[in-house]
Write a protein that binds this ligand. Structure first.
Ligand code: SAM
Length: 456
């Protein structure tokens, strides 16, 4: 089987694979690319992606490099196709801002887009970040600023075996699948990085299974349908041997006793699930790092109380307050020192207009002198500032060479400004982190004593 496009996407788009369509800056749409021979759904061109920016036969999106820009096609819709296209366009009414409108030719309103059909899209390789921004929401999800921090705090690296509950919409699952990936297991006994995900809501569990298979992650992600408060964290009757745990549950403290080294004292008969003999779901030879994700401080308090009772150490709470800044360079004028004869960034609009007039005047003078020196009869006074100075050999002689290397660097021109962008979509919660030290048996003690004998 082919690997997941999230893990090994290859360099070009392929059929039966997920791709993320970038319609505009904040409008992403996941699609599975299909190869079709002959008409599909009334379209002579085969399977079609209909957007407010035009129609895109899948054949135009296949076998092209990830990141390609694709222009809309003039398609033979037929009456059925036309109806469908209009429906799709109306449903697709975007939640886009002026940036998006500017981004697409002929995009002022859906009807105009149909008529023009001259827009474009970009086709992007799936990443957990893009999936988080485009996935179908079944629950609240964990967003990128949180999961990137969580994954590094609980030390998830290629090869880690992580327990996650509940799976929800699979946002965290995809991020952790990429983080643990160190190859697909070839045999039952092959210990590779893996995500053990648990979900007790039946419909969500089935949807999650479908997505994991559709995204070819089934060798990496193992989803179990279970109430973890009762049934704990064995997968297929076996210990995941996990070293990392992430709990996004309404009552994480109810699940913690299953994450012990020894059979928990408070294990009720009804809590055994498939863990009859009681086997720990944790790797006995390594420390385990956990994160719980809770929106209320009361939940945090109860979780920490339970953690303390169960021997977790280094307990610590963090709240991520993510801010995205947009950085732009002011292009009018330049920020180079005045003594070099450079134009400074203007303070206001009037000053900017004044500067532009000066530039216009200088450009006209330049062209006039050019015309005179070459006996050129062209009417230089017709030139305006939109006409760049000629780049011919002769004209270069008249252009002042930059005095030093700094003057030629484009990033030295204009001033840098930044402003905070509108709040990033995020589900703010308190993150509780803790560590459970590795198991320490009598044999470990004896081995340590033999290696470092006391008093010698
Ligand atoms: N982290 C997920 C994501 O990034 O998409 C979102 C998780 S969602 C907020 C919480 C999920 O936990 C829900 O889907 C819910 O059905 C599930 N859940 C709640 N209690 C559970 C339990 N006792 N056992 C297993 N899953 C549970």
């Amino acid at each position: 089987t082919r690997p997941s496009p999230f893990l090994e996407p290859g360099s070009v788009t392929t059929a039966d694979n997920l791709a993320i369509v970038l319609l505009s800056r904040d409008n992403l749409q996941p699609i599975t690319l299909e190869e079709s021979s002959g008409a599909v759904d009334g379209y002579a061109e085969g399977t079609m992606l209909n957007t407010r920016f035009g129609s895109f036969p899948h054949s135009t999106l296949l076998n092209i490099p990830w990141g390609s820009q694709v222009r809309a096609s003039a398609v033979d819709t037929g009456s059925r196709g036309r109806k469908r296209r209009r429906e799709a366009t109306d449903e697709d009414t975007p939640t886009t801002g002026p940036d998006d409108e500017d981004n697409q030719p002929g995009s002022k309103g859906a009807k105009k887009a149909i008529a023009a059909a001259s827009g474009f899209i970009h086709i992007l390789r799936p990443t957990p970040e893009l999936w988080t921004s485009s996935l179908p929401h079944r629950t609240q999800v964990v967003y990128t600023p949180d999961y990137s921090y969580i994954l590094q705090r609980i030390r998830v690296v290629p090869g880690t075996r992580i327990i996650e509950a509940g799976s929800g919409s699979g946002s965290f699952t995809h991020a952790s699948a990429r983080a643990v990936y160190n190859g697909y297991p070839q045999a039952e006994t092959d210990v590779k990085g893996k995500v053990f995900s648990f979900e007790f809501h039946e419909t969500r569990y089935h949807k999650m299974q479908e997505e994991i298979e559709g995204h070819r992650l089934e060798g990496i992600v193992h989803v179990t349908h279970r109430d973890v408060y009762q049934g704990g964290f064995l997968a297929g009757g076996k210990s995941p041997q996990a070293t990392a745990v992430f709990l996004d549950l309404p009552a994480p403290w109810e699940a913690l006793h299953h994450l012990s080294r020894q059979r928990p004292k408070k294990l009720k008969e009804s809590d055994k699930g498939e863990n009859e003999e009681w086997v720990s779901p944790l790797d006995p030879k390594q420390s385990v790092h956990i994160c719980t994700f809770s929106p209320c401080i009361e939940q945090v308090t109860r979780t920490i109380e339970e953690m303390r009772e169960l021997g977790w150490t280094d307990i610590d709470m963090v709240e991520i307050s993510n801010r995205r800044f947009s950085t732009i360079r002011e292009r009018i004028g330049a920020n180079l020192p005045a003594e070099k004869g450079n134009i400074q960034t203007p303070a206001d609009v009037m000053e900017a207009v004044d500067r532009l007039r000066q530039i216009n005047k200088k450009t006209k003078e330049f062209h006039k002198s050019q015309a005179l020196s070459t006996n050129n009869s062209a009417d230089a006074s017709e030139m305006d500032i939109d006409t760049p100075p000629p780049t011919s050999h002769k004209s270069k002689a008249n252009v002042k060479e930059p005095e030093n290397e700094e003057d030629t660097k484009p990033w030295m021109h204009g001033k840098l400004y930044h402003r905070a962008e509108a709040e990033l979509k995020t589900h703010t919660s308190y993150l509780v982190f803790a560590t459970l030290p590795r198991e320490w048996s009598d044999e470990d003690e004896a081995a340590a004593a033999a290696r470092w004998p006391c008093g010698q």
